[in-house]
Write a protein that binds this ligand. Structure first.
Ligand code: ZN
Ligand code: ZN
Ligand code: FE
Length: 756
């Protein structure tokens, strides 16, 4: 007779772990108990020594699908207790909460599992057609969670009293729904309501039927999902798409499309096996794939682009809709202007009728909003464009141990905040752009919620050095001590940590993006930073040019084009016959020239993102649109034009650490070839610059920053680099864009003291 005490952490709550232990203990004739606590799961078990060893090895080797176990402690106790049975005990909540983050993880929201799906379709099952079916292996988690530990009373399912049958399942360790916190059925659980502009139209099954009918007729409907509302309409209906774009004031930004199954997606796009696995994974991200040339999708889905974001149903409601609708469905986050995704019913009913004709909602409240995650395969590796639903708030392991508790507040675009302690980081869901007051409120809300859930009192706060970022201002007016890190150095550290580089490591980080505040007060974005966890040195950068009108130039690439022309030709550029300058009036040109010449509201900038914009404008790729309609638009359009088999590039010059773009931009202007050839040469030039500098410096290089979401540029760099034997690192678990800054900020906090 022996007694074993185990403390397990990792992802062990809300994933069917306790019933698994219970059943295992019974099978082996062991006695004792298992319970959830704030560090994870606690097991006290006694019995035959051999059986205890078997018990341990089964836990290690055959745990439930969603579990991810970390053994915190394993100890043999001397004293034998007179346990009469093995049982599952109630959760303890009285533990010391100061170590919670290091130990407990919140399970992300997981797509409906195949068992639930079969029941959903089985006419004899009591949950046949029930849009909120779930079990221990699937369903909402983070989005309904108010506090830890993950128990029903800490979720928004608290308000639903389980009926007798559901309660029995919940208490039955042999059931797939044993302690499935969101467990529910038609009798006791959440239900649907469909609203028209001024009234409730129908409820329950009828609401669903009517919604599908209206979608078929071309209506735009706001549908409440797992992490918020989506705007939905028939993706083959041009009229609906035009209307949706008009109402949303989003002329061009590509929209994600939901398809009923992977077979259907195959008839719309080219899929690699890896992409298929990604699309069908339990996280169900939007995956960006190459679209087939001829489909019945409306041109309005992704105007001017050959790529398309596809997603499979992930909630039972989606399955029911897609099955019945049997055509692709637009699925885009429902939000107003630059605001975050709408998550509450009241908010939806007050705000979304401007965008949609009907609203289909339900009464399971969402606590933590969660946009769909977005991934794209680059060089056979998935790259996060947005890490949110399905991934948040699963932990990220750090290659070094943080010596304090750190809150990283991210940047200003694609905001994500994170907590760090020991070798663990917990990143929030995607928050969005912090320019809007309601996004700023959401940012504060998310911070409060995460600090609260984990009882986390940060020793230090890390923010960007940009004085005007909302996150920076918030950090500075906060009671906790704070420290700022240069934007691109944060990208560099994020990439290093993402690749598990240890404390002695050093890389040449190529950090290319749209905008970041530089240490010299200029706008950086075309940087080569020799980086370690302790220090960076700016070895090379794109030569500066003026951004005429500052922020305005980000929206209007023709201002960048004008600036580049002025740098090359001086004032005579204004007299030349450039298409991109046509839409400026003569007066405008004079004003802009003066601004450029005197540097009035025209900061110096070394951004590769902006060089892409300028090149696109010089080549008149944007056509009639003089303003870009979404972030990264020029780069995406040029990516589509790229010709992979073409290897030529323009000449370029590097002098005193400055990459002189004047040479290759002049060559681009003078090139009379087809546009796609010019674009290819331009991108190849950038790739060539990276690999030649890498060769010169002789260090492993890393690619970080939003520009490297461009798959053809990244691929070309890898192709050239491999030939030269250069080690090239790219992102793995966090985005290359500003959504990955938090990781670099956490690491920086671990190595640096506060300045004040
Ligand atoms: Zn399930
Ligand atoms: Zn029930
Ligand atoms: Fe950035």
């Amino acid at each position: 007779m022996k007694r074993l005490i185990l403390e397990l952490s990792g992802i062990v709550q809300g994933v069917g772990f306790r019933p698994f232990i219970y059943n295992l203990a019974h099978r082996l004739g062991l006695k004792g108990y298992v319970s959830n606590n704030l560090i994870g799961v606690n097991i006290d078990v006694q019995g035959d020594k051999d059986n205890l060893h078997t018990f341990l090895s089964v836990i290690k080797g055959q745990s439930p699908p969603l579990a991810n176990i970390v053994f915190h402690s394993i100890s043999w106790a001397d004293k034998i207790i007179n346990y009469s049975d093995f049982e599952i005990k109630e959760s303890h909540t009285s533990n010391d909460r100061s170590q919670t983050l290091a130990i407990v993880s919140i399970t992300p929201d997981i797509a409906t599992c195949s068992d639930c799906l079969s029941e959903l379709k089985d006419i004899n099952d009591r949950r046949f057609g029930y849009p909120f079916i779930n079990c221990t292996n699937c369903g909402p988690r983070l989005t309904i969670l108010e506090d830890l530990p993950y128990d029903r009373q800490n979720t928004t399912m608290r308000r639903f009293n389980m009926c007798k049958v559901c309660q029995e399942e919940y208490e039955d360790v042999r059931s797939r729904r044993f302690h499935a916190q969101p467990n529910a059925c038609q009798i006791c659980g959440p239900h649907l309501s469909l609203y028209g502009k001024d009234r409730l139209l129908s409820e329950g099954e009828r609401a669903l039927k009517t919604t599908i009918e209206y979608l078929k007729e071309g209506a735009i409907i706001s549908i409440k999902g797992i992490g918020g509302f989506h705007l939905c309409c028939d993706a083959t209906n041009d009229y609906a798409l035009r209307l949706l774009r008009k109402r949303k004031n989003r002329p061009l930004k590509p929209l994600a499309v939901m398809f009923r199954d992977i077979e259907t997606i195959k008839s719309y796009g080219e899929l690699s096996l890896r992409e298929q696995a990604l699309i069908g994974s339990k996280e169900r991200p939007v995956t960006i794939i190459n679209k087939k040339d001829i489909t019945d999708l409306s041109e309005g889905i992704a105007p001017g682009l050959r790529k398309i974001g596809v997603i499979l149903p992930y909630s039972p409601l989606h399955f029911l809709i897609c099955e019945e609708l049997s055509r692709p469905l637009v699925m885009t986050s429902a939000n107003l202007g630059g605001e975050p995704i709408v998550k509450d019913n009241k908010e939806a009913l007050e705000g979304l009728f401007g965008l949609s004709d009907y609203i289909l909602l339900h009464n399971r409240d969402i606590i933590n909003h969660c946009d769909d995650s977005v991934v794209k395969e680059i060089n056979q590796t998935p790259l996060f464009i947005r890490r949110s639903r399905g991934y948040a708030a699963a932990p990220i392991t750090l290659p070094i141990s943080l010596n304090k508790k750190i809150l990283a507040v991210g940047g200003n675009q694609k905001s994500v905040i994170a907590l760090g302690q020991g070798n663990k980081a917990i990143a929030s869901q995607y928050i969005g752009e912090l320019d809007d007051v309601s996004a700023q409120a959401r940012f504060r809300e998310v911070i409060d919620r995460f600090l609260d859930m984990y009882s986390f009192i940060p020793d230090i706060l890390v923010c960007d050095k940009h004085p005007h970022y909302y996150s920076t201002k918030w950090a500075k007016t906060n009671p906790y001590p704070s420290i700022g890190i240069q934007h691109h150095y944060a990208h560099a550290l994020s990439l290093m940590a993402d690749n598990g580089i240890d404390e002695r490591g050093e890389i040449l980080a190529v950090t290319w993006d749209g905008t970041g505040y530089g240490d010299d007060g200029n706008i950086w974005g075309g940087e080569f930073l020799l980086s370690s966890y302790h220090h960076f040195e700016r070895l090379y950068h794109l030569d500066y040019f003026r951004l005429i009108g500052g922020e305005k130039a980000v929206k209007e690439p023709k201002r960048v084009a004008l600036s580049l022309l002025l740098h090359i030709y001086g004032r005579p550029a204004l007299e030349k016959d450039f298409l991109c300058l046509k839409s400026f009036s003569d007066i405008d040109r004079d004003i802009l020239f003066t601004a450029w010449e005197k540097g009035i509201n025209s900061p110096l900038c070394s951004s590769v993102g902006r060089i892409f914009d300028g090149a696109a404008s010089l080549l008149n790729i944007l056509g009639d649109y003089q303003e870009i309609s979404y972030d990264g638009q020029c780069g995406m359009m040029m990516e589509d034009m790229y010709i992979p088999r073409l290897n030529d590039h323009y000449p370029y010059e590097i002098k005193d650490g400055k990459i002189l773009w004047q040479g290759f931009i002049s060559a681009l202007i003078e090139d009379r070839s087809d546009k796609d050839i010019i674009v290819t040469r331009f991108i190849n030039t950038l790739a060539k610059i990276v690999t030649n500098i890498a060769e010169e410096v002789g260090k492993p290089i890393g690619l970080s920053g939003g520009v490297f979401q461009n798959s053809v540029l990244t691929q070309k760099i890898i192709e050239l680099g491999v030939k030269k034997g250069i080690t090239i690192l790219t992102h793995k678990n966090v985005p290359a864009n500003d959504g990955g800054l938090f990781l670099g900020q956490l690491i920086y906090g671990g190595f640096n003291q506060t300045q004040n």
